[in-house]
Design a protein around this ligand. Sequence first.
Ligand code: MN
Length: 245
Amino acid sequence: MKKRTFIKLAGTVGAGMLVAPFVGCGTGKEGGAGNALSGLQPVGFEQAPLGYDFGALAPKIDAETMAIHYGKHHAGYVRKLNKAIRDANGAYDGMSLEALLAGLTEDKIALRNNGGGHYNHTLYWRALTPGGASSPQGAFKAELEATFGSVDAFADAFAAAGSARFGSGWAWLIRNSEGQLEVTSTPNQDNPLMANIVERPGTPILGMDVWEHAYYLNYQNRRKDYIQGFLDLVNWDVVAGNAGA
Ligand code: MN
Protein backbone atom coordinates (compact mmCIF):
# COMPACT_ATOMS: atom_id res chain seq x y z
CA MET A 1 0.00 0.00 0.00
CA LYS A 2 1.19 3.47 -0.81
CA LYS A 3 2.30 5.48 2.16
CA ARG A 4 1.17 8.76 0.71
CA THR A 5 -2.49 8.69 1.62
CA PHE A 6 -3.16 12.34 2.29
CA ILE A 7 -2.67 14.56 -0.70
CA LYS A 8 -2.75 18.27 -0.20
CA LEU A 9 -4.37 19.90 -3.18
CA ALA A 10 -2.33 22.98 -2.42
CA GLY A 11 0.76 20.98 -3.17
CA THR A 12 -0.36 20.52 -6.72
CA VAL A 13 -1.80 23.90 -7.63
CA GLY A 14 0.67 26.14 -5.84
CA ALA A 15 0.48 27.08 -2.22
CA GLY A 16 0.07 30.74 -3.08
CA MET A 17 -3.11 30.00 -4.94
CA LEU A 18 -5.04 27.87 -2.56
CA VAL A 19 -3.68 28.46 0.90
CA ALA A 20 -2.74 32.10 0.78
CA PRO A 21 -2.93 33.74 4.19
CA PHE A 22 -6.35 35.10 4.89
CA VAL A 23 -5.16 38.41 6.24
CA GLY A 24 -3.32 40.57 3.77
CA CYS A 25 0.15 41.31 4.96
CA GLY A 26 2.02 41.27 1.71
CA THR A 27 1.31 38.35 -0.59
CA GLY A 28 2.69 40.16 -3.57
CA LYS A 29 -0.65 41.38 -4.80
CA GLU A 30 -0.24 44.77 -3.22
CA GLY A 31 3.12 45.38 -4.83
CA GLY A 32 6.53 45.26 -3.26
CA ALA A 33 6.21 48.15 -0.88
CA GLY A 34 2.63 47.42 0.17
CA ASN A 35 0.25 50.24 0.83
CA ALA A 36 -1.90 51.68 3.55
CA LEU A 37 -4.57 49.04 3.07
CA SER A 38 -2.32 46.01 2.95
CA GLY A 39 -2.72 45.26 6.63
CA LEU A 40 -6.47 45.75 6.59
CA GLN A 41 -7.63 44.06 3.43
CA PRO A 42 -8.24 40.33 3.71
CA VAL A 43 -6.73 38.42 0.82
CA GLY A 44 -8.36 35.05 1.27
CA PHE A 45 -8.28 32.20 -1.18
CA GLU A 46 -7.67 32.77 -4.85
CA GLN A 47 -8.87 30.90 -7.89
CA ALA A 48 -5.88 29.27 -9.56
CA PRO A 49 -5.46 30.02 -13.26
CA LEU A 50 -7.21 27.41 -15.39
CA GLY A 51 -3.97 26.75 -17.25
CA TYR A 52 -5.65 26.08 -20.60
CA ASP A 53 -8.13 27.74 -22.93
CA PHE A 54 -11.87 27.54 -22.35
CA GLY A 55 -12.14 25.84 -25.74
CA ALA A 56 -9.43 23.26 -25.07
CA LEU A 57 -11.89 20.54 -24.01
CA ALA A 58 -14.36 21.05 -26.86
CA PRO A 59 -16.44 19.45 -28.17
CA LYS A 60 -16.87 17.20 -25.12
CA ILE A 61 -17.00 20.20 -22.81
CA ASP A 62 -17.76 23.36 -24.78
CA ALA A 63 -16.04 26.73 -24.38
CA GLU A 64 -19.13 28.57 -23.20
CA THR A 65 -19.77 26.04 -20.44
CA MET A 66 -16.13 26.34 -19.36
CA ALA A 67 -16.21 30.14 -19.39
CA ILE A 68 -19.34 30.29 -17.25
CA HIS A 69 -18.37 27.40 -15.00
CA TYR A 70 -14.87 28.72 -14.24
CA GLY A 71 -15.56 32.43 -14.51
CA LYS A 72 -18.95 32.62 -12.78
CA HIS A 73 -19.68 29.50 -10.73
CA HIS A 74 -16.22 28.73 -9.37
CA ALA A 75 -15.37 32.42 -8.97
CA GLY A 76 -18.59 32.85 -7.01
CA TYR A 77 -17.66 30.06 -4.61
CA VAL A 78 -14.30 31.69 -3.96
CA ARG A 79 -15.87 35.11 -3.39
CA LYS A 80 -18.46 33.71 -0.97
CA LEU A 81 -15.86 31.54 0.79
CA ASN A 82 -13.76 34.61 1.46
CA LYS A 83 -16.78 36.50 2.77
CA ALA A 84 -17.62 33.61 5.11
CA ILE A 85 -14.04 33.62 6.38
CA ARG A 86 -14.11 37.37 6.96
CA ASP A 87 -17.43 36.97 8.78
CA ALA A 88 -15.78 34.43 11.10
CA ASN A 89 -13.58 37.20 12.54
CA GLY A 90 -10.24 35.46 12.38
CA ALA A 91 -11.33 31.96 13.41
CA TYR A 92 -9.78 30.48 10.24
CA ASP A 93 -6.80 32.76 9.70
CA GLY A 94 -3.80 30.93 8.31
CA MET A 95 -5.65 27.61 7.99
CA SER A 96 -5.26 25.53 4.87
CA LEU A 97 -8.41 24.78 2.90
CA GLU A 98 -7.95 21.07 3.63
CA ALA A 99 -7.85 21.68 7.39
CA LEU A 100 -10.82 24.02 7.18
CA LEU A 101 -12.95 21.44 5.36
CA ALA A 102 -11.85 18.62 7.67
CA GLY A 103 -13.07 20.49 10.73
CA LEU A 104 -16.43 21.67 9.43
CA THR A 105 -19.73 20.67 10.98
CA GLU A 106 -23.08 20.62 9.20
CA ASP A 107 -24.18 23.96 10.58
CA LYS A 108 -21.32 25.87 8.87
CA ILE A 109 -23.39 26.22 5.74
CA ALA A 110 -21.54 29.01 3.93
CA LEU A 111 -18.09 27.50 4.54
CA ARG A 112 -19.37 24.04 3.65
CA ASN A 113 -20.93 25.09 0.35
CA ASN A 114 -18.27 27.54 -0.76
CA GLY A 115 -15.17 25.93 0.73
CA GLY A 116 -16.25 22.67 -0.86
CA GLY A 117 -17.07 24.51 -4.08
CA HIS A 118 -13.58 25.99 -4.26
CA TYR A 119 -11.75 22.74 -3.50
CA ASN A 120 -13.95 20.60 -5.74
CA HIS A 121 -13.61 22.80 -8.80
CA THR A 122 -9.86 23.24 -8.38
CA LEU A 123 -9.47 19.45 -8.41
CA TYR A 124 -11.85 19.15 -11.38
CA TRP A 125 -10.03 21.66 -13.62
CA ARG A 126 -6.67 20.04 -12.91
CA ALA A 127 -7.90 16.54 -13.77
CA LEU A 128 -9.06 17.88 -17.13
CA THR A 129 -5.72 19.49 -18.03
CA PRO A 130 -5.17 18.56 -21.69
CA GLY A 131 -2.42 16.02 -22.31
CA GLY A 132 -1.11 13.25 -20.11
CA ALA A 133 -2.10 9.63 -20.15
CA SER A 134 -5.47 8.87 -21.79
CA SER A 135 -5.97 5.84 -19.56
CA PRO A 136 -4.63 4.74 -16.16
CA GLN A 137 -1.06 3.45 -16.29
CA GLY A 138 1.49 1.63 -14.17
CA ALA A 139 1.08 1.34 -10.42
CA PHE A 140 -2.15 3.33 -10.40
CA LYS A 141 -3.67 1.07 -13.04
CA ALA A 142 -2.59 -1.97 -11.03
CA GLU A 143 -4.21 -0.57 -7.90
CA LEU A 144 -7.47 0.14 -9.75
CA GLU A 145 -7.44 -3.43 -11.07
CA ALA A 146 -6.71 -4.89 -7.64
CA THR A 147 -9.48 -2.83 -6.05
CA PHE A 148 -12.25 -2.91 -8.65
CA GLY A 149 -11.34 -5.94 -10.80
CA SER A 150 -10.49 -3.88 -13.90
CA VAL A 151 -10.15 -0.31 -15.10
CA ASP A 152 -13.46 -0.67 -16.91
CA ALA A 153 -15.15 -1.87 -13.74
CA PHE A 154 -13.81 1.18 -11.92
CA ALA A 155 -15.04 3.48 -14.70
CA ASP A 156 -18.47 1.82 -14.61
CA ALA A 157 -18.70 2.29 -10.84
CA PHE A 158 -17.56 5.91 -11.08
CA ALA A 159 -20.04 6.68 -13.89
CA ALA A 160 -22.83 4.97 -11.96
CA ALA A 161 -22.06 7.08 -8.88
CA GLY A 162 -22.43 10.20 -11.02
CA SER A 163 -25.60 9.00 -12.70
CA ALA A 164 -27.24 7.95 -9.46
CA ARG A 165 -26.56 11.20 -7.62
CA PHE A 166 -30.02 12.78 -7.41
CA GLY A 167 -29.97 16.50 -8.11
CA SER A 168 -26.64 18.27 -7.78
CA GLY A 169 -23.40 16.81 -6.50
CA TRP A 170 -20.17 15.02 -7.26
CA ALA A 171 -18.85 11.54 -7.94
CA TRP A 172 -15.51 10.75 -6.34
CA LEU A 173 -12.60 8.40 -6.38
CA ILE A 174 -11.12 8.69 -2.90
CA ARG A 175 -8.52 7.03 -0.75
CA ASN A 176 -10.48 6.10 2.34
CA SER A 177 -9.34 5.98 5.95
CA GLU A 178 -8.17 2.39 5.46
CA GLY A 179 -5.92 3.52 2.61
CA GLN A 180 -8.10 1.82 -0.02
CA LEU A 181 -9.40 3.31 -3.24
CA GLU A 182 -13.18 3.76 -3.13
CA VAL A 183 -15.90 5.28 -5.35
CA THR A 184 -18.34 7.55 -3.54
CA SER A 185 -20.61 10.49 -4.20
CA THR A 186 -21.68 13.58 -2.27
CA PRO A 187 -24.57 16.03 -2.61
CA ASN A 188 -24.18 19.72 -3.42
CA GLN A 189 -20.57 20.87 -2.82
CA ASP A 190 -19.77 18.46 -0.01
CA ASN A 191 -16.25 17.05 -0.19
CA PRO A 192 -14.81 13.77 1.16
CA LEU A 193 -12.44 15.75 3.40
CA MET A 194 -15.50 16.84 5.43
CA ALA A 195 -15.15 13.93 7.82
CA ASN A 196 -17.87 15.19 10.18
CA ILE A 197 -20.39 15.53 7.37
CA VAL A 198 -20.00 12.95 4.58
CA GLU A 199 -20.88 9.27 4.81
CA ARG A 200 -17.57 8.06 3.36
CA PRO A 201 -14.67 10.38 4.21
CA GLY A 202 -11.32 10.20 2.49
CA THR A 203 -8.80 12.02 0.37
CA PRO A 204 -10.18 13.08 -3.03
CA ILE A 205 -8.28 11.69 -6.01
CA LEU A 206 -10.73 12.39 -8.84
CA GLY A 207 -13.92 14.45 -8.64
CA MET A 208 -16.61 14.72 -11.31
CA ASP A 209 -19.07 17.59 -11.15
CA VAL A 210 -22.59 16.40 -12.01
CA TRP A 211 -24.35 19.70 -11.37
CA GLU A 212 -26.37 20.66 -14.45
CA HIS A 213 -24.22 23.79 -14.82
CA ALA A 214 -21.32 21.50 -15.75
CA TYR A 215 -23.03 20.09 -18.83
CA TYR A 216 -26.49 21.47 -19.59
CA LEU A 217 -25.59 23.81 -22.48
CA ASN A 218 -24.01 20.99 -24.44
CA TYR A 219 -25.85 17.90 -23.22
CA GLN A 220 -29.15 19.23 -21.80
CA ASN A 221 -30.55 16.37 -19.70
CA ARG A 222 -28.12 13.73 -21.02
CA ARG A 223 -25.95 13.41 -17.92
CA LYS A 224 -24.66 9.98 -18.94
CA ASP A 225 -23.26 11.37 -22.19
CA TYR A 226 -21.48 14.15 -20.29
CA ILE A 227 -20.05 11.57 -17.86
CA GLN A 228 -18.61 9.61 -20.78
CA GLY A 229 -17.20 12.82 -22.23
CA PHE A 230 -15.62 13.69 -18.89
CA LEU A 231 -13.99 10.26 -18.58
CA ASP A 232 -12.63 10.61 -22.12
CA LEU A 233 -10.98 13.93 -21.16
CA VAL A 234 -9.38 12.94 -17.86
CA ASN A 235 -5.62 13.38 -17.60
CA TRP A 236 -4.72 10.14 -15.83
CA ASP A 237 -1.21 11.31 -15.02
CA VAL A 238 -2.71 14.05 -12.84
CA VAL A 239 -5.08 11.56 -11.21
CA ALA A 240 -2.28 9.05 -10.56
CA GLY A 241 -0.33 11.87 -8.92
CA ASN A 242 -3.30 12.63 -6.68
CA ALA A 243 -3.42 8.95 -5.76
CA GLY A 244 0.24 8.97 -4.79
CA ALA A 245 0.99 6.42 -7.51
MN1 MN B 1 -19.55 23.13 -10.89
